[in-house]
Design a protein around this ligand. Structure first.
Ligand code: NAG
Length: 189
């Protein structure tokens, strides 16, 4: 065995341990969604309505409906970008590396959707769930999100405080998505 492959095996093991620790660790931050704006270039193909709901004192959730009247395919692209502002002032927003690189819909389903969307939204929505590989068919129907909170794992243990603006976009044949502004703050331990 070359020292190079030994290095990559130990490197890989180290990474697995890091990720395992990362996921079991308790989140040290909390969040408050401040606004969500949805958009669609063609509501006859996709209509998206969302709102922030206060579920208890200091606890907020996201609710809404996504009416899918088209079938996304491999020409449909998914992308997300995020900006962070320390003060919340518009002029302070700077692009941060947390992004979903522009990718075909099936790739998104087999990566972020599986890792984050299902884990966090399965309990509060009728968004599709699958085991193994996505079979390529996204059913046309009305998807409902009811009091969704991101309380699951899959997020980093530490996140710098500030205001985060996440712009999630799906393009072709209809351009739709949302812009979510979330305030992140450290938990009082
Ligand atoms: C969100 O992204 C879309 C597509 O890139 C863009 O057209 C839109 O201006 C963006 N909105 C914001 C608020 O950044």
């Amino acid at each position: 065995m070359s020292s190079n492959s030994l290095l990559s095996i130990t490197g890989g093991l180290f990474l697995i341990i890091l990720i395992a620790e990362h996921c079991s660790a308790k989140r040290k931050w909390d969040y408050e969604p401040l606004s969500i704006n949805t958009y669609s270039s063609d509501e006859s193909k996709l209509k998206f309505v969302a709102k922030i709901e206060r579920v208890a004192r200091g606890e907020f959730a996201i609710g809404g409906t996504i009416d899918f009247k088209y079938t996304p395919d491999s020409n449909t692209m998914v992308e997300a970008v995020a900006h962070r502002s320390i003060s919340g002032a518009e002029s302070d927003y700077k692009l941060i590396p947390f992004t979903i690189a522009k990718q075909p819909f099936p790739d998104y389903m087999n990566s972020h959707y599986k890792d984050l969307v299902i884990r966090n939204l399965a309990k509060c929505s009728n968004l599709i769930q699958f085991e193994g590989k996505f079979d390529g068919v996204w059913p046309q129907k009305v998807y409902t999100l009811d009091k969704c909170v991101a309380d699951s794992d899959g997020f980093p243990e530490m996140v710098p405080e500030g205001f985060y603006r996440i712009n999630f976009t799906v393009t072709n044949p209809v351009d739709w998505g949302f812009v979510l502004i979330v305030k992140i703050f450290n938990k009082l331990m």
